[in-house]
Write a protein that binds this ligand. Structure first.
Ligand code: IMP
Length: 431
């Protein structure tokens, strides 16, 4: 059986958690391939809401195994809190949760360095989630990171931490005038974490390889969104990993030839948290309305999300990078009652019209979006479960999106709950 990859097509917060949760019914393993506790996947059952930051949402499906791959940066404190919450909800994690021995750890100094750096950047700040993600990936690529496997040997751990902390202390004090960190206290703290996470640690690429050989169906879950990719996103206003499809191979050790389906998760409008260009952003009343109707506040930081119209130019670009085989449209119900809906179909760049997405920030900041308008619908679509039962105007909007991107829509979310979903929408929506 193949690998299916679920990828955010915009700036994150597209509603991947719900789609992964739905797909978990038919798969054997959910594997997370990048990012860290900067992500927040919100799941709603009945009147209950849960937020997962690290553990894939497949954990709430009996029999589904969950993997946190080598490409993820793990904050042990956040992970242990989450495991505790999952257990309290009555779900098993033993023999179901597997953590890569090669994953890098978020250390207290990563958060400190990030905080100091963001403060120093002032108006040029990235607007990060403050979870230490960027500095942890910096250490990974500088080859000074601490990996899960390093927890096994207290002496090795102490030695590595000593080198890392001395360097960080020099930076914190010399560059940012910030407080110093203590090697012994941090070593002790992480040795304690090791005792608790040790049962979950394994060589996850070998584990996944064996499962795939045995015919398992793996769902690879990306965090954040393609426009936050460190290479393909709006650099430097990006996260420090690869939410795009390549991240699945390097973050899990899965060969590209195993990937048979790449689902692009597309929110029916656009949002962005943090700083950086956002051509279709709506500053006025309509943006405010989308924010309040869509509950557009960060699941990790609680920050209000910036809201705007759908940007098809950007989506065609992320579809090209990822090779989406089908789309899952989320939060369509939030557009109900909006009299006129717009989607950006080209940009005006210094008087010239283009359909090319310029990921370089200098150009993107100056583009003027050119819109196509769609008549809105007033009927409540919450809970509609068939494409044919959607109002004509909603179908026209969705068909235009599918046509522009030349990708079929397989799934449409019409409300936050599991059963508020249109499945197998594809035949009716391909233009
Ligand atoms: P970092 O990932 O914390 O370094 O933040 C870098 C940028 O990515 C900031 O603009 C964050 O707001 C954004 N970001 C990180 N994680 C998410 C997410 O899960 N959803 C949306 N934006 C995110």
């Amino acid at each position: 059986m193949p690998v299916t990859v679920v990828i955010g097509s915009q700036w994150g917060d597209e509603g991947k958690g719900k789609i992964v949760d739905l797909l978990s019914r038919e798969i054997d393993v959910v594997a997370r391939y990048q990012g860290g506790a900067n992500a927040g996947h919100t799941i709603m059952w009945g009147d209950k809401t849960f937020v997962l930051h690290l553990v894939p949402s497949g954990i709430f499906h009996d029999g589904v195994k969950c993997v946190i791959g080598n490409g993820v940066v793990i904050d042990p404190g956040a992970l242990l809190d989450e495991i505790g919450m999952i257990k309290r909800l009555g779900y098993d994690v033993d023999d179901r949760l597997f953590i890569s021995h090669n994953a890098h750890l978020i250390m207290p100094y990563h958060k400190k360095v990030e905080e100091a750096r963001e403060r120093a950047r002032d108006a040029g700040a990235i607007g990060t989630t403050g979870r230490g993600i960027g500095p942890a990936y910096v250490d990974k690529f500088a080859r000074t990171g601490i990996r899960v496997v390093d927890l096994l040997d207290r002496d090795v751990l102490r030695k590595k931490l000593k080198v890392a902390i001395e360097e960080k202390n020099a930076i914190l004090k010399g560059v940012y005038g910030a407080d110093q960190l203590n090697v012994d206290a941090i070593t002790e703290e992480y040795v304690e974490f090791d005792k608790l996470i040790d049962p979950f640690v394994t060589d996850t690429s070998q584990y996944l390889g064996q499962l795939l050989k045995g015919g398992a169906h793996v769902l690879a879950e990306g965090a954040q969104g393609s426009l936050l990719d460190v290479d393909f996103g709006t650099y430097p206003f990006v996260t420090s990993s690869h939410p795009t499809v390549g991240g699945c191979c390097t973050g899990l050790g899965i060969p590209p030839t195993e990937i048979k389906r790449v689902i692009g998760i597309v929110k029916a409008y656009s949002t962005r948290v943090g700083n950086g260009p956002f051509p279709t952003e709506l500053d006025g009343e309509t943006g405010e309305e989308l924010r309040s109707k869509g509950g557009e506040f960060g699941a990790t930081t609680g920050r209000p999300r910036r809201c705007g119209w759908l940007d098809l130019v950007a989506l065609r670009y992320t579809s090209m990078i990822n090779g989406f085989t089908d789309l899952a449209i989320t939060k369509l119900d939030v557009l109900t009652g909006t009299p006129q809906i717009k989607a950006c179909t080209s940009y005006d760049v210094a008087g010239k019209r283009t359909e090319r997405f310029p990921s370089e920030v200098q150009t993107l900041e100056k583009v003027e979006p050119i819109y196509e308008s769609f008549e809105g619908w007033g009927e409540d679509i919450t809970g509609v479960t068939s494409f044919d039962d959607l109002p004509d105007c909603a179908r026209t909007y969705l068909s235009a999106v599918s046509d522009y991107l030349d990708v079929p829509i397989s799934t449409i979310s019409t409300g936050p709950k599991r059963n508020q979903t249109i499945l197998n929408a594809a035949p009716a929506t391909v233009g």
